[in-house]
Ligand binder design. Structure first.
Ligand code: ZN
Length: 199
């Protein structure tokens, strides 16, 4: 389905309808690793309604347990055509491991993945030890203990990531090994096989 028709499809829900989150999509505008506006006029402030419900549960858990903090959404639905652009942008670099091959499809393109971090009471992002889309080993949840042992991450930075994970896991999301900010809703294999991809 073309992204232009998403508002007419019942599977998808606008981010604005999710209580208690902040929306700061980084691929709108040039504040992203590519350095230019990737979404342009495309309206990408959407998730599949299952992921939207999960995110609402995560936000509610955070509000109840850490009322000073809020979840901020950095990316949600990412149309397949944008995924192809990212893939092309990283051609010939080792950074391609951070971007799903368009031939397989990104879970973002089904509205079933979200990139998210935590804001403090002043609206500042918590220090997670690396920035959003910083494609380095320090960003890998699977390597946190190694990075801690090497002094590349502090216990405080890891505990802030744990807080984000706790909130997202309460919503039913699962993390991935290579990006602390990325969470999938549902089984990626099932999503790719049975959900509607937004192109
Ligand atoms: Zn992601």
């Amino acid at each position: 389905m073309r992204c232009e028709f998403i508002a007419d499809h019942p599977d998808f829900r606008r981010l604005e309808t999710i209580d208690g989150i902040v929306i700061d999509l980084r691929y709108v505008g040039a504040d992203n690793f590519v350095g230019r506006d990737l979404y342009g006029n495309l309206d990408c402030a959407w998730l599949h309604h299952e992921a939207a419900t999960a995110l609402q549960t995560a936000a509610k858990w955070l509000r109840e347990h850490h009322p000073q903090y809020r979840l901020v959404v950095l990316d949600a639905l990412r149309p397949h055509r944008v995924q192809e652009m990212l893939w092309k942008h990283l051609e010939g670099t080792p950074l391609r491991m951070y971007v799903a091959d368009p031939a397989r499809g990104s879970i973002h393109s089904f509205g079933m993945a979200v990139d998210v971090t935590v804001l403090d009471a002043d609206g500042n992002e918590l220090d997670m030890g690396s920035a959003y889309d910083e494609m380095v080993e320090k960003s890998h949840p699977a390597l946190e203990q190694k990075m801690l042992a090497e002094g590349q991450l502090t216990p405080h930075q890891i505990s802030q990531r744990e807080l984000l994970r706790q909130a997202m896991f309460h919503g039913g999301f699962r993390g991935i090994n290579s990006e602390w900010w990325h969470f999938n809703c549902g089984d990626p294999v099932v999503v790719r096989q049975t959900y509607l991809r937004v192109d």
